[in-house]
Design a protein around this ligand. Sequence first.
Ligand code: AKG
Ligand code: FE2
Length: 334
Amino acid sequence: MESRSIRMSKRPRTLDAFFTPPAKRARHEKTANSEATTDTSGSDPTKASHHATYPYAISHLPPNVSEILNLAPSTEPRVINDRTDLDLVYYQPFVPKEITKDLFEFLRRELFFYRVKYTIKRGPVETNITTPRFTTVFGLDETARFGGDELPVDSASGKALPKDAYNCKPRPIPQCLDLLRTLTENATGCTFNFCLVNYYSTGQDSISYHSDDERFLGVEPAIASFTLGAKRDFLLKHKPTPEGHASETQPLKLPLGSGDMLLMKGLTQSKWLHSIPKRKGGEADKGRINITFRRAMVRGGTDNYYHYNVNSGELYKWNELSRKMLPWMHTMDA
Ligand SMILES: O=C(O)CCC(=O)C(=O)O
Ligand SMILES: [Fe+2]
């Protein structure tokens, strides 16, 4: 689909005005923590996804990985709908076993992540929050698509949007995640225009109980959620009710493993909460990637997702030598 494809042509000069100021833009960028195996700086569009909003080009999936990924889903899913208001479809796994390790290591190495800080205001009290995991996001809501010059345009008319249409600079889903999006759409019959990625580097990274029930997702949103890497417990509990459902106090625990996909749909977001709690030691310290595909209906959804997953958060990239995420720096080469 055009709205999600990556334009491969060279970025026209006019984009500089809209995106990063030219003075800050490196003509040729090097990572301070670069390593030989992840040289994605080449400009060959057949090997990497390019976009003015990316800090660097994102490599395409290696052909041996995408060929096998194309066979997904590799199992029949299990429907879990035996609790009040719960509506889950669980693929154990979705990603073929032969490539889960390579896909995990590839995405951890190639994607850029953020450690986002934001403030919340409750009455007169402002609290500073640092998201307790690494995050990144790609996509654009239904009202827009990426036009010929890489900028968002109105999805119906193709016309340029006013400069202030978004508070953020939306990024297209790179090829290496877009194949998984398409396979997920084919398997589920749902449509997705957003891809959010979490990286839980240790058992101390987490996401607290919440629901993804924002109005910009529309009614009864379907969210497909992938695990790659370490197994982590995923807890679900019913939101408080006057009747006091047993599921409010006895959470459902799904030990999500590498390659698994959980589709949350129906009333799950409006009636249930979910979380990845902190864990001490064990497998969690090997790192876990979570990928969710969602469908945002209106512009506010795009602004919300970039605010909470990119914002002005510090940029990180995986460093193979130290085997951890390190702050990523550009160097001006010219
Ligand atoms: O990491 C997970 O499995 C869950 C992530 C999640 O709930 C979210 O990003 O909204
Ligand atoms: Fe969630």
